[in-house]
Design a protein around this ligand. Structure first.
Ligand SMILES: Nc1ncnc2c1ncn2[C@@H]1O[C@H](COP(=O)(O)OP(=O)(O)OP(=O)(O)O)[C@@H](O)[C@H]1O
Length: 365
């Protein structure tokens, strides 16, 4: 038998007298180091840095972790079990696969504060991805202001359920080719959703897991604004590949986004970039921009936190009107200036994730 002793077996050599928690900590570090050798081939980064590994615990001689992946990445579980089998002290590793059935890539849209245009961005981006040929779902998880249904013309629609082998599941609604589910559709119209603590946690997890999406290339999750319990629960309970932060250019909004970015990084969710909304007003005649909320905030934050500025959306009366009428601008006028901004952002995202789909298709064929 070849000697499979791994260079990561640091805890193996610890003196017998080391307190148990020091041993557990050293073992946890050894596990993390090994997990970082597993590279997700298309995103070309390791599964720890991509935020796929969460809730890692070492208890005695056992490793427990959750693996958050898209439906085409289940093979990573086997790779983890193989790599961890190198650890001589590890009797067994328990890898819990966490995925949203049918969904390949889950992206979250977040903002530091309310009212900056997060839902507007979510619906236009969903339409833009769909126009580029992707199958898209949009989950409105903004418990404080669930207005996606209205923005897509689904005002007071009723949610139906179906019975499946896995139990009762919500059927998403459909608008303009996008599958839609919203916490707002589960509440009485005009009544606030007053969930707190464990109840909030349970409702949100059930809400993420119990929707019958069918096959989706992208699921966009419109998060509640800020960095409270609800956001943290949602990002920790979903296989989110990355988050897009929406901000307006003024300094107070930027400060809140900075806090949000730090929160996402702390819980290990990659930040894919910043979208600056209401960046400027375009002159109706010559297109000259006037930065009425100040300028440069998004760019400054992008440089400071080393994350790309994915796009700048101008203030336009028809963006607001489109939100009220249920027909987003990117749908009604994709060649307009605003439509092009969203299509460019969607195309940049698809450059990163579409190849995943192609690769997965190639593997499945
Ligand atoms: N670029 C824009 N130009 C004009 N109006 C806009 C623009 N972006 C958003 N709005 C309008 O601003 C209002 C708030 O936008 P939206 O609901 O998308 O914000 P939000 O960040 O999701 O808010 P909340 O967090 O409270 O749900 C809406 O009426 C929307 O139509």
């Amino acid at each position: 038998m070849p000697n499979h002793r791994s260079p990561f077996q640091t805890t193996h050599d610890l003196p017998e007298t080391d307190p148990p928690d020091l041993i557990a900590e050293a073992r946890q570090q050894a596990v993390t180091k090994l997990l970082k050798t597993i590279i997700e081939p298309v995103l070309n980064n390791n599964i720890v840095s991509l935020g796929m590994v969460r809730n890692l615990r070492v208890v005695d001689n056992y490793v427990y972790l959750r693996l958050y992946v898209g439906k085409h990445q289940h093979d990573l579980k086997h790779q983890i079990e193989t790599v961890l089998s190198q650890l001589t002290w590890c009797k067994k590793s328990y890898v819990q696969l966490c995925t949203i059935p049918g969904v390949r890539t889950t992206l979250a849209i977040s903002s530091g504060k309310g009212g900056v245009g997060k839902s507007t961005t979510s619906v236009n981006l969903a339409i833009a991805l769909s126009l580029q040929g992707a199958k898209v779902g949009l989950l409105d998880a903004d418990i404080y202001g669930p207005n996606i249904p209205q923005m897509l013309g689904l005002g007071h629609s009723e949610v139906k359920t179906i019975e499946t082998a896995e139990g009762t599941r919500f059927l998403p609604l459909e608008a303009h080719g996008i599958k839609v589910m919203s916490v707002g559709l589960l509440a009485e119209p005009d009544h606030p959703l007053a969930w707190r603590g464990p109840v909030l946690h349970k409702v949100i997890t059930q809400f993420i897991q119990d929707v019958e999406w069918g096959d989706l290339d992208y699921l966009l999750i419109d998060l509640p604004p800020g960095t409270g319990d609800a956001q943290i629960t949602i990002v920790q309970e979903s296989p989110i590949c990355g988050v897009l932060l929406v901000t307006t250019p003024q300094q107070v909004a930027i400060a809140d986004v900075r806090r949000s970015i730090h929160m996402f990084r702390r819980v290990g969710i990659p930040v894919l970039g910043i979208i600056e909304n209401m960046s400027y007003l375009r002159c109706g005649h010559c297109g000259e921009p006037t930065p009425i909320f100040g300028s440069g905030g998004g760019q400054q934050l992008a440089e400071e936190l080393q994350t790309p500025l994915l796009g700048q959306v101008p203030i336009e009366a028809r963006i607001c009107a489109a939100g009220d009428s249920g027909r987003p601008v990117t749908l009604t006028d994709p060649t307009s200036f605003v439509g092009q901004v969203f299509l460019n952002i969607a195309s940049a995202l698809d450059k990163t994730f579409c190849s995943i789909h192609k690769l997965a298709d190639a593997i499945l064929c």
